[in-house]
Design a protein around this ligand. Structure first.
Ligand code: GLU
Length: 320
């Protein structure tokens, strides 16, 4: 099971990469650590490189990225090459937006949230989707809207001209997954590239061909893959893994008790104890280290993993 090349890649081909891409919004909790470990296991078991990217283009909590990286190192995860900080890619993101614009894959959107809410209540629009208001405006209409926004000190957002209404991705755990593709925002009205654009560009830039992440993002995958297509990029294989939840079935959060390495260490837990707990949740009863998990789980075992959420009953006594 300890092969060094991707199982589906003949010897001599370029080996792809998996990745873990946390947003630096706080300390990693047990659910995040479990996703990171699974991403590492999937990459290593399929002979891929494993990369880490800090996705800091939206909300950032100061010091959080460094603590997240320290926690990944503490549990024994190793990664290949430098950590990529997403905001350092700003120019590449902007250049890609220019390309999308030149190729007619995006359109300017002048709508406010209220405009969208009102227009989107039309019966033929899927819930939450963009109603298409600005998609087919004439150049003259665009000009009028631009002037109107400029007078308000605002600029237009850019939306993807969706290449199809639905898109199918391949997920190792969910099989062929088809979802709707909206005309979603690729550049926000404040000029900042949208997360959905950055993630697609950065995965391609880093050579990521295996995206392992929480299954809350499964519904985003078809839209991201459609955008990759519009950008002429290869679509990755996906592995959307179950999230950790609390005893009530709600997504695990800091208030659920001691859920971070720092909290658990303060209660006397060792790293081995934490790995053992996470290991049990993926069906391995005897692991005390990442190497033990690697030994116990090959690709076949990873594919057969239980797909229900991990119910965490955290010890009380969070110290943070
Ligand atoms: N940065 C995202 C998060 O922390 C993950 C995005 C991804 O893995 O594609 O939720």
């Amino acid at each position: 099971m300890n092969g060094t090349l991707a199982q589906d890649a003949p010897v001599g081909t370029v080996v792809g990469a998996g990745r873990f891409a946390p947003s630096p919004t706080g300390d990693l909790h047990l659910g995040n650590l479990r996703t990171a470990i699974l991403a590492w296991l999937w990459a290593r078991a399929s002979g891929r490189r494993f990369l880490v990217r800090i996705e800091d283009i939206d909300r950032v909590r100061s010091g959080s990225a460094d603590r997240q990286l320290a926690d990944l190192a503490t549990i024994g995860l190793d990664w290949d090459g430098e950590v990529l900080i997403q905001t350092t890619r700003h120019e590449a993101h902007m250049a890609a937006l220019d390309r999308l614009m030149a190729d007619g894959h995006v359109f300017e959107c002048y709508c406010s949230r209220k405009d969208i809410r009102e227009a989107a209540s039309a019966p033929h629009i899927p819930p939450g989707h963009y109603p298409g208001t600005c998609r087919d405006l004439s150049e003259e209409q665009r000009h009028i809207h631009r002037e109107r926004l400029a007078a308000l000190g605002r600029s237009p957002a850019l939306r993807l001209r969706a290449p199809a209404t639905t898109w199918t991705v391949h997920d190792e755990l969910h099989g062929a997954f088809t979802g709707t593709v909206d005309h979603f925002v690729v550049r926000r009205s404040d000029g900042v590239p949208a997360y959905n654009l950055a993630v697609v560009l950065d995965d391609a830039f880093q050579g990521v061909d295996q995206v392992v992440r929480g299954d809350d993002l499964l519904s985003q995958a078809p839209a991201q893959a459609a955008l990759a297509y519009a950008l002429g990029l290869k679509q990755p294989t996906y592995v959307h893994v179950p999230l950790a939840v609390n005893a009530d079935g709600a997504r695990l959060a800091k208030r659920d008790g001691a859920v971070t390495i720092k909290d658990l260490s303060a209660l006397g837990w060792s790293v081995g104890d934490i790995i053992h707990w996470i290991g049990t949740s993926v069906g391995v009863r005897s692991a005390r280290s990442i190497a033990d998990l690697r030994e116990a789980l090959d690709l076949e075992a990873l594919r057969a993993m239980d797909q229900s959420p991990w119910v965490v009953r955290a010890p009380s006594g969070s110290v943070s």
